[in-house]
Each structure stands twice: as structure tokens, then as C-alpha cells.
Design a protein around this ligand. Structure first.
Ligand SMILES: Nc1nc2c(ncn2[C@@H]2O[C@H](COP(=O)(O)OP(=O)(O)OP(=O)(O)O)[C@@H](O)[C@H]2O)c(=O)[nH]1
Ligand SMILES: [Mg+2]
Length: 300
């Protein structure tokens, strides 16, 4: 008798949802960065333990939509919450509850959702008594099934999460491959690795306007007969001035990004990677439905 449980991982931008999803699944399925709105669509992180398959749905951080892209991101959140046995609301212990949490909680109320509150980043709280105040503030907002203070960074209390969600598992077939940590297409995952390096290396204003596409992926051989993966990647940005910053002086930034990404991709493929990067400008693509669809970011 097999079981499965779908779990939505929700919260404001930067709360630590993707870090948590990766930790729970034990593999990097979602990219992580210090910049808000890193995750742009729902990403399934799959963990199979014995009879039970856990499907953690990492979602974009809840925010006020300002572009057509963010409207799709919000749809991805709402849709994720609607489909699951239980949701995790990940909050930042150093930040007061605000409109982000209110919006999610009103969704939970409308759907009468089972929700486990995870108060993350407790490693940043100096006075542990402050935690009691945070817990009581959140308890007034919703009837949470459980409240667990955690630190994903220090892996404090994170071992309590799997047993807490396992209670919601239902008898069912496994919907995903038992041996794969995600159903994300490989090309998407590879493009996300590039976006992660860009988010971590560039100034604030540019990253939100960046999209990455893997244009080609071929397995070939070097002159010496070694296996090599040839990857062609296009980075799309919104302004000519941004293109300059992404390329950097004498191509230095692009070289740095390419180097960091290649290292990670070589580890993933277990063989050498040859990567070619191009940068293109597509003005205001975040409000261009055709472009959003083309980049795989249209939720519907
Ligand atoms: N100090 C501390 N930092 C953390 C912890 N968990 C995550 N972070 C950091 O918080 C930042 C955001 O992490 P993400 O996992 O990308 O957050 P997210 O909620 O997925 O963000 P979006 O995708 O933008 O919604 C990163 O710099 C993480 O390293 C934690 O427990 N403690
Ligand atoms: Mg994320």
C-alpha cells in the first residue's frame, strides 16, 4: 500500500522556501539567492521514503504583482495551495508579519487549509525569548496545525518537518519517479543555475529582469576523445545598459558566471562541460506574454 503527500512550501520572498525544499529533498532542486523573488514558478521536490512519496512544491514568494510575469507567479502560488494535503508557511523570524503573510493566510482561510507554521532563521534571533512573542502573534492569525521554530541554515529542528507532514499522507500511487528529486526538465534546471550565479553576482535592479534559456545541449567528444557536454545558453535582459553589466569589463562578469556555473554542471553531469553564453536585450519582456510563455514562465 503506497502513500503520497503533496506539500506546498509558501511564504514571502526570501523567507527560505527554496533552501528548505532542497534540504528536505536532499538535493538542489531549486536555486537560492539573497535576492527576493528568486523562484519564479512552482518546482516539485520529490522525496520517497519507504512507502511514502513526499512532493514538496516550492513556490514563488508572495508579493504584489507589478508585471505580467508576477501575475503568473501569484497564480503558481494560489494553484499550489489549492492542490495539496498540507501547506508550510515559512516566515522570517526577524521580520514582523505583514501583507505577504496576510494574503497567504486569507487564501488558507478560504480553502480551510491544514497549515504548519515554520518560523525560519531563528539563528538570527539573539534573544530566544523574542520567539515567544512571534509565536503568539502568528497564533492569533490562523489556527496552525503546528508551529515549529527552525533554522534551515543551522538545520535546527528541521528533522521535525517530515514527521509532521507525513501525518497528512494519503493512500495513493506515487505520482513521480521514486529515484528522481524533481520532475523539472534538465534544460530548465541548467538555465536556473546560470540565473542563480547572475542573482548572486549582479546589482539589485538587473536580476529581476533576467531570463535564461538553454538553446542547445549536445553530448560530444573532445579532440582527445573525452566525453563532453556542449551547452549554448542565452541570457536575456531588459536594457542595453544591463547587457553591458552582465558582460562586464572585457567580458569579466560573463566569464565569472560561466566558470561558477560550469563547475556545478560538471559535477551534475560527471563529465566536462563546454559552455557558450550570449546576452540579448528584450525590452520589457516581463510584460510580454509571448516572451513569458517562451521562457517557460507562463503558469497556465
Ligand atoms: N541566516 C539564515 N539565512 C537563511 C536561512 N534559510 C535561508 N537563508 C537565506 O535566506 C536567503 C533566501 O533564501 P531562499 O531559499 O532563496 O528564499 P526563498 O523563500 O526561496 O525566496 P524566493 O524564491 O525569492 O521567494 C538566502 O540567502 C539563504 O541562504 C536560515 O535559516 N538562516
Ligand atoms: Mg525560492
Amino acid at each position: 500500500m503506497t502513500k503520497s503527500v503533496f506539500v506546498a512550501v509558501t511564504g514571502r520572498p526570501n523567507a527560505g522556501k527554496s533552501s528548505l525544499t532542497n534540504l528536505l529533498v536532499g538535493e538542489k532542486v531549486a536555486i537560492v539567492s539573497p535576492k527576493p523573488q528568486t523562484t519564479r514558478t512552482r518546482i516539485n521536490g520529490v522525496l520517497t521514503r519507504g512507502e511514502t512519496q513526499f512532493v514538496f512544491i516550492d513556490t514563488p514568494g508572495m508579493h504584489k504583482p507589478r508585471t505580467k510575469l508576477s501575475e503568473q507567479m501569484i497564480k503558481a502560488i494560489d494553484n499550489s495551495i489549492a492542490d495539496v494535503e498540507v501547506s508550510l508557511l515559512v516566515v522570517d523570524a526577524t521580520k514582523k508579519p505583514a501583507a505577504y503573510e496576510d494574503r497567504l493566510i486569507s487564501d488558507f482561510k478560504a480553502k480551510n487549509s491544514e497549515v504548519i507554521l515554520l518560523i525560519n532563521k531563528v539563528d538570527l534571533i539573539k534573544n530566544k525569548e523574542d520567539l515567544l512573542g512571534i509565536i503568539s502573534e502568528y497564533s492569533k492569525m490562523y489556527d496552525f496545525a503546528e508551529i515549529i521554530p527552525i533554522s534551515v541554515k543551522k538545520q535546527d529542528n528541521t528533522e521535525l518537518i517530515i514527521p509532521a507532514v507525513e501525518k497528512y499522507a494519503v493512500e495513493s500511487p506515487h505520482f513521480f519517479d521514486d529515484d528522481l528529486p524533481t520532475d523539472q526538465p534538465e534544460k530548465i534546471w541548467l538555465s536556473e543555475i546560470i540565473r542563480e550565479k547572475l542573482l548572486n553576482s549582479l546589482f539589485d535592479e538587473i536580476p529581476h529582469g533576467i531570463a535564461v534559456q538553454v538553446e542547445s545541449l549536445e553530448y560530444s567528444k573532445t579532440n582527445k576523445g573525452e566525453d563532453i557536454v556542449d551547452i549554448g545558453i542565452v541570457i536575456i535582459c531588459e536594457k542595453q545598459s544591463h547587457k553591458g553589466m552582465i558582460i562586464g569589463k572585457g567580458g569579466a562578469m560573463l566569464k565569472k558566471i560561466g566558470g561558477l556555473a560550469r563547475e556545478e554542471m560538471e559535477e551534475y553531469f560527471g563529465q566536462k562541460v563546454n559552455m557558450k553564453l550570449w546576452v540579448k536585450v528584450k525590452e520589457d519582456w516581463r510584460n510580454n506574454e509571448a516572451a513569458i510563455t517562451d521562457f517557460g514562465l507562463n503558469f497556465e
